[in-house]
Design a protein around this ligand. Structure first.
Ligand code: PEP
Ligand code: MG
Length: 918
């Protein structure tokens, strides 16, 4: 009866401790949630029949225990102690040693291990089990007192720091932490002995250091360092669980979106030592080169060292084989030479691991007195070019499917293949002087210039410049083009600077709040530092960071053949089309090269920016400042040939792929010049006096231009503007048809809020169409007429709007602006606080706010298609290039997304990944 009861109770009790070692394991790789990533992989390596790799035996205490620990005020579930003792017995019998035994002691490590790797964020205690008695046992067993006392002093340092101070919630004053105080003792010892390195201290020195350490611990923390193996073990376990709620771990979880409830597992594992002499070593290796993706075993090691020495950078690690040689280490002996047998064994293991996990592995190994042990395996981190190469190669090697390959590369990683980037190693060594929003990808260095004219002038002299402005406007465009990169103090991800830079694929950082630009003194202040015009800075436009001076760049574009192969793979999987936002024939061609399947947004007014645009810009300005229909019609007539030429060039470059051309949508005042000489020329051309021209300019000023006289409103008030634009599109199309070229034009009317606005404009389009057909003797033209949905009211009345519109293109820049009521150019002032306080999970101008703006989109599509089934729908706001938003657009039923040319490859990949989730 009693036995039955006990069995029942045992059955009810959850298994909290999982053993691994000696070719067996209770757990496996799939149990990451319960055992953490590290524990699950250790179990897999130890126990899976295909692997059975030598890992030092040990056991994992589950993440459930961590949850229990927090729910019950730091208490453990009943029975945990028994389970730990039982697991320890198994380890002892495999190792032929005993934990806490004075003659033949077993030492263990106690480490954290969450579901998702949180490198360096939680605590570790090594060499647990060393006491006054066992240290003697170790000396006897190894005959190496120096090694034993070195291990002992490391334990005292780690234990007092991690368990007795941090886990106990003691927060010492700066520089007064126990670790620091112990390190001072070691420094003093070295000074006394006249040596520089720890390794130059002998056994007696270290023995003395250990005694001094213990005294110090008692004096500072008012408790003795425990001289009992099991006390140390439980102290270590508790400290690792506590470190889940340490400051570092919490902030890392916030950044990586790791839920607090997950908890960490604790891994208790036999210590193996790479520092037991010349026959011992420790190292880190990758099954493929993580820097370039080459399918070659790659790694570094140190003879007679512990893991932390490899990371500490005091000694230069040696290459494990020829593949791992560099200028830096080529004179050091390779593992394949020094320990050929062990190298062969390691090589065999890495092959098996990669085949088993179907991915590149990052492994840690230790050789203890000629015996190889694997301490860890995990999926290895890799840069963009390496990720793409590995994905393509692994498909070729039949190691993974195409679908898996497509999911192996993060869309943002493709950025690294399309632009030069700052060498990541150099970035680590330099201090960030200002932070803003990552508006244009890649890295760039240049001299600070504070105005567009100087940027052009300096660039002409062959100087590299970075244009630094409070914010930019169309007048700065020449300077923006001439600059290597653009940096602004204000503005958000859809501000003028961001939009233009992204379109060109130019490095750009916007909304750098801490930046104080003083145009009159030609100085820039940031974080207590003053820089002047001409000083060098470097930008990381992919992360929004600014550095002082010149940082080295890396050109990552060399893998383009492989990139194309990878993107073709994506095209085979994706189900949504990718178009581009392009405003010139040149951009259109570039986008075609990147794989764009059409233009989703040709902003007519962008034709007037930049190189060679002086003449049409002048005509546009003349049109804007003309008074009365007659004067305006004359200006439009003069403008017409330029507009038509550009549109025709772009349509031709797209070779029959659809091109959505948006009618003029400029907040008019943006195009009014400020320079006196330009104003004078305009006055002359319009035949008016300067004071009259100035009056006309003041009339154009609006208090809120974003909601002012723009878009369709311009066409309603001045139908002749619509007429000119539509005629340019239709005649360009007709001429290409006559030239037997493939062409398809989509006329798009912006800033529509009511169907009646659209009906009004449709009349103009129909009238011009009739005239053009007659002129070119054609029956029809390959065109469509549609609208942007960028005002919330348009989304809400989409069923009416789609009666007249043949297609919808969601303008999510304005839809977000008007849906949230956030000015897209002024968001820099408050967005950082919103993100910090988690009021918003992300910048809504970068990633679609699915709960709000996303609902408007879904509703708009549904209503639009109710009236017009099969309505063509796309997106042309900046979100069209954002991977998360692309997934949303696909799931919402859009036919295409449109983004800047340089984001087309990223969108192709994101679309392929999205296709996998429906
Ligand atoms: C939009 O509003 O999303 C859009 C594409 O138009 P623009 O950015 O030119 O206002
Ligand atoms: Mg818009």
């Amino acid at each position: 009866m009693a036995t039955k009861k006990k069995t029942k109770k045992m059955k009810k009790m959850k298994k909290n401790v999982y053993f691994f070692g000696g070719g067996k394991a209770d757990g496996k790789a799939e149990m990451k949630n319960l055992l953490g990533g590290k524990g699950a992989n250790l179990a897999e390596m130890a126990g899976h029949p295909n692997l059975r790799i030598p890992v030092p035996p040990g056991f994992t205490i589950t993440t459930d225990v961590c949850t229990y620990f927090y729910k019950h005020n730091g208490k453990y579930p009943s029975g945990l102690q028994d389970s730990v003792n039982a697991a320890m017995k198994k380890v002892e019998s495999l190792m032929g040693k005993k934990f806490g035994d004075p003659k033949n002691p077993l030492l263990v490590s106690v480490r954290s291990g969450a579901r998702q790797s949180m490198p360096g964020m939680m605590e570790t205690v090594l060499n647990v089990g060393l006491t006054e008695k066992t240290v003697k046992g170790i000396i006897e067993k190894t005959g190496n007192p120096r090694f034993a006392y070195d291990a002992y002093r490391r334990l005292i340092t780690m234990y007092s720091d991690v368990v007795m101070e941090k886990a106990a919630g003691i927060e010492p004053a700066e520089g007064k932490g126990i670790r620091r105080q112990l390190e001072e003792i070691l420094e003093k010892k070295k000074e006394q002995r006249g040596v520089k390195l720890d390794t130059e201290l002998d056994a007696d020195d270290l023995k003395d250091v250990c005694q001094k350490y213990k005294k110090k611990v008692k004096q500072v923390l008012k408790k003795s360092f425990p001289d009992d193996a099991y006390k140390q073990l439980w102290g270590g376990i508790g400290a690792v669980f506590s470190s889940w709620k340490g400051k570092r771990a919490i902030s890392y979880r916030r950044i990586e979106n790791i839920p607090d409830e997950w908890g960490t597992a604790v891994n208790v594992q036999t210590m193996v030592f790479g520092n037991m002499g010349e026959n011992s070593a420790t190292g880190v290796a990758f099954t493929r080169n993580p820097g370039n993706g080459d399918n070659k075993f790659y790694g570094e090691y140190l003879i007679n060292a512990q893991g932390e020495d490899v990371v500490a950078g005091i000694r230069t690690p040696a290459p494990i084989n020829k593949n791992s040689q560099s200028d830096h280490n080529k004179n050091l002996k390779m593992l394949s030479q020094v320990m050929p047998k062990i190298y062969k064994q390691l090589d065999g293991i890495q092959r098996r691991l990669e085949k088993h996990y179907h991915d590149m592995q990052d492994i840690e190994f230790t050789i203890e007195d000629g015996e190889l042990y694997l301490l860890q395996t995990r999926v290895g981190k890799r840069n963009g070019p390496a990720a793409v190469k590995m994905a393509v190669d692994m498909v070729k090697e039949r190691l993974i499917s195409k679908k898996a390959a497509v999911n192996r590369v993060k869309p943002e990683q493709l950025d690294e293949l399309l632009h030069p980037i700052i060498d990541p190693d150099a970035e680590k060594l330099n201090k960030v002087i200002a932070k803003g929003l990552p508006a244009g990808p890649g890295g760039a260095s240049g001299m600070i210039v504070l105005d567009a004219d100087t940027a052009v002038e300096w660039a002409k002299k062959g100087k590299k410049v970075i244009l630094v402005r409070e914010e930019t406007n169309p007048e700065d465009v020449e300077g923006m083009r001439a600059a290597q990169a653009i940096l602004t103090a204000r503005g958000g991800m859809t501000s003028h600077a961001a939009l233009v830079a992204r379109g060109w694929g130019k490095c750009c950082v916007v909304g750098c709040d801490g930046l104080d630009v003083d145009y009159s003194k030609k100085k820039v202040k940031t974080g207590g530092m003053t820089l002047k015009q001409g000083d060098w800075i470097t930008l990381n436009g992919s992360k929004g960071l600014v550095y002082k001076g010149v940082l080295p760049m890396m050109d990552a574009t060399r893998e383009n053949v492989i990139l194309n192969r990878f993107l073709k793979m994506c095209d085979g999987i994706k189900k949504i089309k990718i178009r581009t936002n392009a405003d010139t024939p040149e951009d259109a061609r570039k986008a075609r090269d990147f794989g764009a399947e059409g233009i989703g947004l040709f902003r007519m007014e962008h034709m007037f920016y930049g190189e060679g645009a002086e003449k049409p810009l002048f005509k546009l300005r003349k049109m804007i400042l003309s008074e009365g229909e007659k004067e305006r019609k004359q200006a439009l007539k003069e403008l017409y040939p330029y507009v038509k030429k550009d549109i025709k060039g772009t349509l031709a470059a797209m070779q029959g792929y659809p091109v959505t051309i948006r009618l003029l949508d400029p907040p008019l005042h943006e195009f009014v010049p400020h320079q006196q000489d330009q104003l004078k020329t305009l006055a002359k051309s319009l035949k008016v006096r300067m004071p009259d021209l100035e009056k006309r300019i003041s009339v154009l000023k609006e208090s809120n231009p974003m909601m002012g006289h723009r878009g369709v409103r311009l066409g309603v008030t001045y139908p002749e503007i619509t007429e000119m634009s539509v005629r340019a599109i239709l005649e360009a199309t007709a001429e290409l048809v006559k030239e037997k070229k493939k062409v398809f034009s989509e006329i798009m009317i912006p800033v529509v809020g009511a169907d009646t606005e659209l009906w009004d404009q449709k009349e103009v389009v129909d009238r011009v169409l009739k005239e053009v057909l007659k002129k070119y003797k054609l029956k029809s033209l390959p065109i469509m007429v549609g609208t942007m949905i960028e005002i919330p009211r348009a989304a809400l009345t989409a069923d009416k709007i789609s009666r007249v519109a043949e297609f919808f293109s969601f303008g999510t820049n304005d839809l977000t602006q008007m849906g949230f009521g956030f000015s897209r150019d002024d968001i820099g002032g408050f967005l950082p606080a919103y993100l910090d306080k988690k009021i918003l999970p992300q910048d809504p101008f970068q990633t679609i706010d699915q709960d709000g703006i996303g609902q408007l989109i879904k509703y708009g599509i549904e209503r639009g298609r109710k009236t017009r089934p099969g309505l063509k729908v796309g997106i042309c706001g900046e979100h069209g290039g954002d991977p998360k938003s692309i997934e949303f657009c696909y799931l919402a039923g859009m036919d295409y997304v449109s983004c800047s040319p340089f984001r087309v490859p990223i969108a192709r990949l994101a679309a392929a990944q999205a296709a996998d989730c429906k």
